[in-house]
Design a protein around this ligand. Structure first.
Ligand SMILES: [Zn+2]
Ligand SMILES: [Zn+2]
Length: 178
């Protein structure tokens, strides 16, 4: 889904794009998330000289995996965004691609006089995915010994947490008992 910047220049007016993107199209490389249904986007692309301004709205239903209890849970995304893209200053030589990673999220870059709207939407969704998603703040997670879901109640395991300063003493005691 590319917007041709030269065509946009000849239009002399912003381009409105209303499109749903499936999970496959968005190609979000993330094992902790999935899209419940296609993400809906409405995007206005306008040109200011060489700069491309992208204003949009995005709605998506994500399924994330809780990093504590490993259960899937739903997360709704409703967001607006306003981004600016400039021509990519990177020079490509003889097919060699100097892929720089730009950390500046406010300003992006486009190449070859075209803007990939699919990539814009994909990036906006990825920004909403936490590094360690939790189903609820109070999620107790799984027992590290038996794997039971502690949200459903305590398990029968003995807590293993002994004050580490006591460990040498216990070791001495154990040896004396042998
Ligand atoms: Zn959880
Ligand atoms: Zn347990």
């Amino acid at each position: 889904m590319f917007v041709d910047i030269n065509e946009l220049r000849e239009r002399h007016e912003p381009l409105l794009i209303v499109k749903d993107f499936s999970e496959e199209e968005l190609n979000i490389d993330n094992s902790i998330s999935a899209l419940q249904n296609p993400a809906h986007s409405e995007v206005k692309v306008s040109l200011w000289g060489e700069r491309v301004c992208v204003e949009g709205k995005l709605g998506a239903d994500l399924v994330l995996t809780c990093s504590r209890c490993l259960k899937p849970f739903a997360r709704k995304i409703q967001k607006g965004f306003e981004l600016e893209y400039r021509p990519d200053p990177v020079v490509e030589t003889e097919g060699e691609d100097f892929g720089l990673s730009y950390t500046d999220l406010e300003v992006g870059f486009y190449r070859d006089d075209r803007l990939d709207v699919r990539a814009v939407i994909s990036e906006q969704i990825v920004l909403e995915i936490p590094m360690k998603p939790v189903c609820q703040k109070a999620c107790k997670g799984l027992c590290e010994q038996c794997g039971a879901d502690l949200n459903e109640g305590p398990c029968n395991c003995q807590p293993r947490s002994i004050d580490p300063r006591l460990e040498p003493l216990l070791e001495v005691k154990r040896r004396m008992g042998e």
